[in-house]
Design a protein around this ligand. Sequence first.
Ligand SMILES: [Fe+2]
Length: 242
Amino acid sequence: MFSFFQKKNKVSDIEWLGIDIHSHLLPGIDDGAKTMEDSLKYIHRLQELGFSKLICTPHIYSDIYPNTPETILPVLQSVQQQVKSAGITVELGAAAEYMAQSDFVAAEGLLTLSGNYILIEMSYLVETPNIEQIIFDLQVKGYQVILAHPERYNFYHKLPERYQRLKDSGCLMQMNLLSVLGYYGKSVQIIAENLLQKNFYDLAGTDLHHDRHLASLSSAVTDGTLYKKIGDYGFRNKEIFG
Ligand SMILES: [Fe+2]
């Protein structure tokens, strides 16, 4: 029954999503935030926009960003300390965004968002030929696989059946918020909108790397554009990671 006191979603913040599960906010370890100052600025602003929890997911990509828990977790700790000293109350965690290239090994002890949820991505240029095998191997190891930004893989744009096969493999799908804002171009936006219509996505993330991402996200949140586009979609971020 409708209650006068029922909390309604606000159109000009992002509390309706509440938790970011994909971001590059840890300084100096990938192509995201460069300095501690950047990190604190991004984290503070994301909290102001309405996030209560941010999971940082630095790239782990052996050729370019050979991160490991040993390079990621101490940086997380320093940022957490700085965040606390700055009086920022947002909860901050870290996992990784694993590049699922063809020689990827589904090992034990990979960094997970929480529980057994692992975030993977592919190159934007070419499909990983054995992507389904990699997903299967991870599942056999007990991971729940989340595929980052499927709408950004241009090689799938004319192959809707490939999207469906990956979905049918039991992979959860994470959309980038900036995709529906046209940040990555019209074709990515159209695919994201099509996939939203098909109820394809489970989760959403900022995939925030730098100032330009923050500026686009910030204006679309505060002027209500983002809420209007996807505020009622029903992303499961809070349900799974809250
Ligand atoms: Fe990312």
